[in-house]
Design a protein around this ligand. Structure first.
Ligand code: SAH
Length: 227
């Protein structure tokens, strides 16, 4: 008999805890709370807790579960943080961040801004987040996220979920001092380096390579294509 999605979710999260990818309970709890099956196309519902990327239309994918966990840990997300995500996709990762930075049972109210360049995906992400009760904690913006979102800056964390030629200057400048930028840097046709950049003073940044990853290309002014 096939295992229920809930059981599969528990198992995949447990595996990531044991492998050391998930380091904090707050990240495990957030992944446990968000129903990935509600964000992906119906045809993939049964595969919602397979730990691999899933197509979401327009040639884009939502990241594998271990990648979502890795990014939350690398960005050191915590309750109260203001987070900017570049590459909103289906809205799933934004919901996971929201469970960490603005847990409903807590008085600490962080917020997530997520920017998506493909209008149809931005609309779907907003629909998904509304339906699942996240829209008070997540704002979806349709536009070029390679420019950041200065209207709500500065941020505690900026997470880019697309392969970038470099860390765009506007994103560095929209970090708080002590803020973290997590970004896959490298050519979209090879393996990129997941990179964590911390702003340690107005003009100083500390950069660390965390390991290899594979993302779809970042588009826009500071991306691989200018559209
Ligand atoms: N975080 C997403 C998955 C992202 S896939 C999720 O939870 O599903 C990468 C996304 O980045 C794609 O949807 C792509 O359209 C988007 N993207 C690429 N370049 C962008 C840009 N400059 N600004 C905003 N979104 C961009």
């Amino acid at each position: 008999m096939p295992k229920s999605l809930e059981e599969q979710k528990r198992r995949v999260i447990q595996n990531l805890v044991e492998a050391g990818v998930i380091k904090r309970k707050i990240v495990a709890d957030a992944l446990m709370k968000v129903p990935r099956e509600e964000f992906i196309p119906e045809a993939y519902r049964d595969s919602a807790y397979v730990d691999s990327p899933i197509p979401i239309g327009h040639g884009q994918t939502t990241s594998a579960i271990h990648m979502v966990a890795w990014m939350c840990e690398a960005a050191e997300l915590k309750p109260g943080d203001k987070v900017l995500e570049i590459g909103g996709g289906c809205g799933y990762m934004a919901a996971v961040y929201a469970e960490i930075v603005a847990p409903p049972e807590s008085d600490v109210k962080g917020h997530v801004y997520t920017i998506e360049i493909i209008s149809d995906l931005a609309r779907k992400a907003e629909e998904n987040l509304k339906k699942l009760g996240y829209i008070d904690r997540v704002t979806v913006i349709h536009g070029d996220g390679s420019l950041g979102y200065p209207q709500a800056a500065p941020y505690d964390a900026i997470i880019v979920t697309a392969a970038s030629p470099e860390a765009p200057k506007p994103l560095r400048e929209q970090l708080k001092i002590g803020g973290r930028l997590v970004i896959p840097i490298g050519s979209p046709y090879y393996i990129q380096e997941l990179t964590a950049i911390m702003r340690i003073s107005k003009d100083e940044y500390e950069e660390r390579g965390l390991g290899g990853c594979v993302f779809v290309p970042l588009r826009g002014k500071h991306g691989w294509t200018r559209d």
